[in-house]
Design a protein around this ligand. Sequence first.
Ligand SMILES: C[S@@+](CC[C@H](N)C(=O)[O-])C[C@H]1O[C@@H](n2cnc3c(N)ncnc32)[C@H](O)[C@@H]1O
Length: 233
Amino acid sequence: MITFDDYSDQYDAWFQRNQVLLESELRLVAHVLGERPGRTLSVGCGTGLFEQLLKSQYDISITEGLEPSAAMGEIARKRGMSVAEAGAEQMPMADGIYDTVMFNGSPGYIGDLDAAVAEAHRLLKPGGRVLLIDVPAESSYGILYRLGGAYGSWDDERLRGVLPADPYPVELAGGANWRPTQDKIDAALKAGFSDLSYAQTLTRHPCFSDTTPEDPIPGYQSGDYVAVCAVKG
Ligand SMILES: C[S@@+](CC[C@H](N)C(=O)[O-])C[C@H]1O[C@@H](n2cnc3c(N)ncnc32)[C@H](O)[C@@H]1O
């Protein structure tokens, strides 16, 4: 799996150039968090870009993060987050202290998702929620990202006419382990979560997804960015 250490600047810069995608994803994340998510841990918080926007645009405060890439975590700290440098498979946090554990964009970069979701279960209070938000392998973007990774370049002739104007860095697209939504559902059930619910955004073809922002809709069968939400009983 790829490390984000060499991509921390590129990652944020890509989102800055892709404001419509950022806005659609942000609306989904804010929607599933709800107005009062309580004490929340952002797992794989990256540069803290979403957390900064959640605060400024929705007054949702997430100040605690976990991030294995020193370079990404450093930017999140500059944005005011407190970040533990660790992987999700073994999190250095006490049992039962969070109301919400959010994985935004990180499931595809985590080697052992079952272990990470079991850790989230351990960290949550009874009644707490895990949010697994990611690009499903079966979605248009999921397929495109795996093709880009396989071809090693967005310039391959076989991708002519199917790309968004400014695609995600191909190394990051190809360096992930994009999983079907069913794997995230299975990981949540295996860890002991119940009451699963779903929301999705980016429901147009990738080459048209950056025209206007989308509001999230229920379900997971047509979105290129999908949230699986589950409750610790
Ligand atoms: C696509 S970025 C998402 C960052 C941020 N949450 C966002 O939405 O902008 C994926 C992040 O997952 C992190 N990551 C990679 N392996 C991880 C692991 N084992 N545990 C937790 N996070 C991991 C990467 O370093 C990277 O910052």
